[in-house]
Write a protein that binds this ligand. Sequence first.
Ligand code: MGD
Ligand code: MGD
Ligand code: SF4
Ligand code: MO
Length: 689
Amino acid sequence: MTVPTRTVLAACPHDCPDTCAMLVTVDEHGRATEVAGNPEQPVTAGFLCGKVSNYLDRVYAEDRLLHPLIRTGPKGAGRFRRASWDEALDRVAGGLQAAIAEHGGESILPYSYMGAMGLLQADLMSARVMNALGATELERTICATAGMTGVAATHGISPEVDPESWPLARYVLLWGWNPMSTAPHLWRLVLEARRAGAKIVVVDPYRSRTARVADEHLRPRPGTDAALALGMMRAVVDDGLHDDEWCRAHTSGYEALLARLEEYPLERCADLCGVPEGDIARVGRDFARAQPALLRLGVGAQRHKGAPAAYRTIACLPGLTGAWRHEGGGCSYIPTATAGAVSAEPLKRVDLRPRGVRRINMSQLGDALTDASLDPPVAALMCWSSNPAQIAPEQEKVLAGLRRDDLFTVVLEQFMTDTARHADVVLPSTTQLEQLDLVASWGHQYVTWNEPAIAPAGEAKPNTEVFRLLAAWMGLDHPCFAETDEHLAATVLDGAPGGVSLEELRSRGFVKVDVGQAPAPHADGGFSTADGKLSFETDWLAGADLDPLPGYEPPAEAAGAGTGARFPLALITPKTHLFLNSTFANQARQHSAQPEPYVVVHPDDAAVRGLDDGARARVFNDRGSFMCAVRVSDDAPPGVVVAPMGWWSEDYEGGVGPQATTSQELTALGAAPIFNDNRVEVERDRPVR
Ligand SMILES: Nc1nc2c(c(=O)[nH]1)N[C@H]1C(S)=C(S)[C@@H](COP(=O)(O)OP(=O)(O)OC[C@H]3O[C@@H](n4cnc5c(=O)[nH]c(N)nc54)[C@H](O)[C@@H]3O)O[C@H]1N2
Ligand SMILES: Nc1nc2c(c(=O)[nH]1)N[C@H]1C(S)=C(S)[C@@H](COP(=O)(O)OP(=O)(O)OC[C@H]3O[C@@H](n4cnc5c(=O)[nH]c(N)nc54)[C@H](O)[C@@H]3O)O[C@H]1N2
Ligand code: SF4
Ligand SMILES: [Mo]
């Protein structure tokens, strides 16, 4: 039977703040023929980015994993044989049961992140199964929690400034954010503001694509952003440009902040962050004068030891200047109030845990897999929607752990990633076009529906289905393991705050979350903090033995402390333009546009090391080393080198990349990794063989 060509409402699943609403065209044979951005969705505005616009190349790729695989060669060699689902499930159930029998449930480590970040496929049925088995809890803080806790310490859980009102802003301060690459639809809204007269200022040590086209670019040393923000606030106060009336009415700790700023004269701030005094003062004053003024923080500036304090401090600036008064003004980072309104958390059935379980932080996987004293050891690793072989710090340790013969590893994947290569059992996963989901956004205020458009390729299955099958195979008979995706979607929305109904979502494809946010959500205060005010002084920080006031906390390594003397260069590992973390690095179009990894070195740093443009270099510190091509350019400031992340092992001579040098250390608040707080040396490689 044939059906006519139809258009299916879908949602981009990737870990990106834009969360695009997609339209998928499916022909009469059930084959998808086009994916496009939904023109009705105000943020998507009818286009997709360069990563996803050829999503059909991914869906119909020749190297898609289409059948379960069982390892036949040594760990990591990538040799597998095809197996039936029954045999594969038998193996998986047997491996997990053996781990439980020998070491208990906590010897199972679930490892997943936001490969597909919808509320069903990211971690729902999987969480239920892992909870019922008593598995270790994975602390999933690898992305944005340093900044989130910092910002929340200042303005609480908040819808923040709706991106749809950004075009009203007349001054846009983009801090540690490269939206031209990492959020092209949000960037479009910034450009709308510029067309209406707004000035765009970027704060980033690196001349990113966004910094290149900004009106002004401030370049602090990595990890010193708090000093820059304190300097700006000091300049604002010195010139009497702070909004005394708004601060007295809607903030707490105002006098304490003013006193604290006395400790940060501009000279000291300039000295700490490396931005000239005059520039600090001018941008601070312009931000105060040009209302509405919007501060938009990125994720890139929060990968340092002092980042929670830094984000907390930077977020005070729009409070001090009264920017929140105006529609389009204030602070945006992640709209926590709307992003969290519709959530799968209550459905994860923590109550099914047989007892309390330990937690392991996902950024410390290397240690978790290699620390012989860990009790119980990690005996089984269950991995989905993540590629830890590339994205977790201290890569050599992660890989050594994945190569352990006594580790039983299962990976659910669409492609043979470096992580999947190390698995004992690989289970083929559907793409977004083949699975049901609904996706909340960490960049705008819409929830987006994803209807399956086509039948699963080969024998691929959604994560939800794999864990349903596994539960049955392992004899877990609680009725919650039988719930269908349709049922889960309805339950997630049932009674969810925010007025998102299943009917509307299904018929339109996207619904704006309504938590009562006004166009200027905090013009009259109404913060979700304990006293409803913006907290210049935060009591709960003091309770946690942390500084209750904004202040500068130095990075671990980046600004010269720690290993600084031996490793003189600060290494930043930002995102690439056309990969999404390590996703898409295996796709022909994206890879041919970014064929090889590189490190950007300032001409002065290159000269003293004899590094020519195009030379091969070894980048190293005590944690590890990697090899790549050198790009000599003042896009990197002196003393800072930049090696974007995302390529797979086969693109690196030696099989490891910048991740080999990053640290597993975490921030005190937010338990977040410090990827960009990293010192290295670069040397010319031995001649290429
Ligand atoms: N094309 C593309 N888009 C993506 C992704 C991708 O990999 N590729 N990843 C997605 C994900 S998971 C995320 S979290 C977001 C991230 O989105 P962004 O936050 O834009 O990503 P980054 O490239 O990590 O960092 C942004 C900038 O921060 C700068 N930076 C580094 N250290 C510091 C510092 O100490 N201070 C300051 N001020 N700036 C600093 C970097 O030089 C970089 O240019 O993007 C999402 N979108
Ligand atoms: N050095 C350094 N390291 C970093 C960062 C950095 O800036 N610098 N950024 C960090 C950040 S912000 C993040 S968010 C993390 C990202 O870490 P990850 O979330 O692990 O990111 P990806 O590399 O995109 O891997 C996602 C995997 O999920 C798979 N996948 C996609 N859809 C599905 C699906 O529907 N089902 C299944 N089973 N699999 C699917 C993809 O094929 C891909 O292999 O990396 C962190 N690591
Ligand atoms: S990756 Fe981001 S910008 Fe690209 S289509 Fe998906 S949500 Fe949109
Ligand atoms: Mo992220």
